[in-house]
Design a protein around this ligand. Structure first.
Ligand code: GDD
Ligand code: GTP
Length: 426
């Protein structure tokens, strides 16, 4: 059998995803009208022999409970559970901590997926690729190409012709390669022996360091304040594991040419949504892409929740999702956007390259926009907070009639009565 882990992180993280993460933890943010993790689970459900999925993170248990109650209806073959770390243990630390649980039933392979990515998740291809590797291969990693100027944000891979990872450098300062770690790994469960060794080495090194520090600070009054072993509990795949495996014929890359992006900042949600909608449309995934038959003009990849009300004279798409109970008035134009639950868009408003938060209201003839998509796809990756490429509106914001909001981030509960551009509205 094969098991799977999704690393969901926890509440101390995801600050860049504000204001959208104020309502919902990022792993549950709706992409193409489904929680982000739903797309991971849909791919896992298609892998033969895969039944057990563990979400590992340091959120409160209650955070995922409603989602978990629902997923077994959508994926009856999967047994999905949440395993909570008592603190952030690192990308390998949680997996190691729950090793008994994960190894129960003697699985041959373990998939590990980051939560904060969208991908076509070519999991079965990864299994096939891994099976063709020489004996002793411990990991096949999803790899993808990104624009050269963005590579320092990722784990960079230098691979041989046969896919063997020769060098792995996490977030290098200088350009090494545009082939990067895509955040999906297939491990042979023999990896747990390696994790145990690395952990023991780290613990020994930390203890030695602590002894030196203790000896040198013996005279100071505060010598008992420090907790020397704390650093040893974090175990990171990127820093502690992949580097060691590179160049030893144990780590391989599987390069995907299909959709992939990271979901870090709130502004990156529009691109993530676009890629998933387009991917689903190509696969004609009817369950996710509900196209309304009666009325509104729908262009390209669009997902409209069946409880949304769209006026027949509105034009929607491409790359738009409209959430539950949203209402869209006459003459409205929406393109490259995420309209969340309960949003109310009045007549003739125009929404481009934007996320409109839960229960927000957009007035008549108002315009809410980011920069156009062609630019978004490339520029999104380069900019942090200062130049927003999409506009992101938090929940319960009211936008007055006829105002223009361009390239802004708007925090919840604001009332915007004037126009703004290139701003963060607190
Ligand atoms: N359970 C748990 N515990 N999950 C964690 C922890 C932890 O201590 N730390 C991070 N994660 C989860 C995050 O929620 C996310 O899903 C994933 O692990 C990776 O997050 P980061 O550690 O923030 O790394 P990153 O996204 O900046 O970079 C990683 O992903 C890139 C691809 O998206 C690296 O693996 C890069 O090499 C890679 O290119
Ligand atoms: P910066 O600190 O801005 O550099 O980013 P970060 O490290 O805080 O965010 P990152 O994207 O690395 O965090 C990713 C993980 O944080 C996600 O996979 C989620 O598990 C988690 N996360 C994201 N948003 C939230 C949130 O609003 N609340 C909570 N509780 N967790 C979140």
């Amino acid at each position: 059998p094969i098991k799977a882990v999704i690393l969901v992180g926890g509440p101390s993280r995801g600050t860049r995803f504000r204001p959208l993460s104020l309502n919902v933890p990022k792993p549950l943010f709706p992409i193409a009208n489904q929680p982000l993790l739903y797309h991971h689970l849909a791919a896992l459900a298609d892998v033969p022999g895969l039944r057990d999925v563990a979400l590992i993170g340091f959120f409160e248990d209650a955070v995922f409970a409603p989602f978990l109650d629902r997923v077994h209806l959508d994926f009856p073959t999967l047994n999905v559970r949440y395993l909570r770390e008592y603190q952030a243990l690192g990308t390998a630390g949680g997996i190691f901590h729950f090793r008994d649980e994960l190894l129960r039933g003697n699985p041959r392979y373990l998939f590990v997926l980051h939560s904060d990515i969208v991908s076509s998740f070519p999991l079965q291809q990864m299994v096939a690729a891994h099976a063709a590797r020489p004996q002793g291969a411990l990991c096949t990693m999803l790899a993808t190409r990104v624009p050269a100027e963005t590579t320092q944000r990722y784990g960079c891979i230098v691979a041989a012709q046969d896919g063997q990872v020769l060098h792995y450098v996490e977030k290098p300062e200088f350009y090494i390669s545009d082939l990067i770690n895509g955040g999906v790994y297939l491990f042979d469960t023999a990896i747990f022996n390696v994790l145990a060794e690395i952990r023991a080495e780290k613990a020994a090194a930390a203890a030695a360091l602590a002894a030196v520090e203790w000896a040198s600070s013996r005279d100071s009054l505060n010598s008992y304040d420090s907790a020397p072993a704390a650093g040893a509990t974090q175990l990171r795949l990127e820093h502690d594991v992949f580097k060691q495996l590179a160049g030893t014929k144990k780590l391989f890359a599987y390069e995907s040419h299909e959709i992939w992006t990271q979901l870090k900042s709130a502004t990156s949600a529009v691109l993530a949504n676009t890629l998933v909608l387009q991917h689903n449309k190509r696969r004609r995934s009817a369950s996710i892409c509900v196209e309304s038959l009666k009325g509104p003009q729908v262009v390209g990849a669009v997902s409209i929740h069946r409880s949304a009300q769209i006026h027949p004279t509105a034009k929607i798409g491409p790359n738009v999702s409209v959430g539950p109970r949203a209402t869209v008035g006459p003459g409205v134009r929406i393109k490259d956007a995420i309209i969340l639950d309960g949003v109310d868009i009045k007549a003739n408003a125009c929404i481009l390259s934007s996320v409109i938060g839960w229960n927000s209201k957009v007035g008549k003839w108002a315009r809410v926009e980011g920069t156009p998509t062609e630019a978004t796809a490339t520029k999104l990756m380069d900019h942090g907070h200062k130049t927003q490429t999409s506009t992101v509106i938090g929940h319960e914001v009211t936008i007055a009639d006829e105002v223009i909001i361009r390239n802004c981030i708007v925090l919840p509960h604001k009332e915007l009565k004037a126009s703004y551009r290139d701003d963060i509205l607190l």
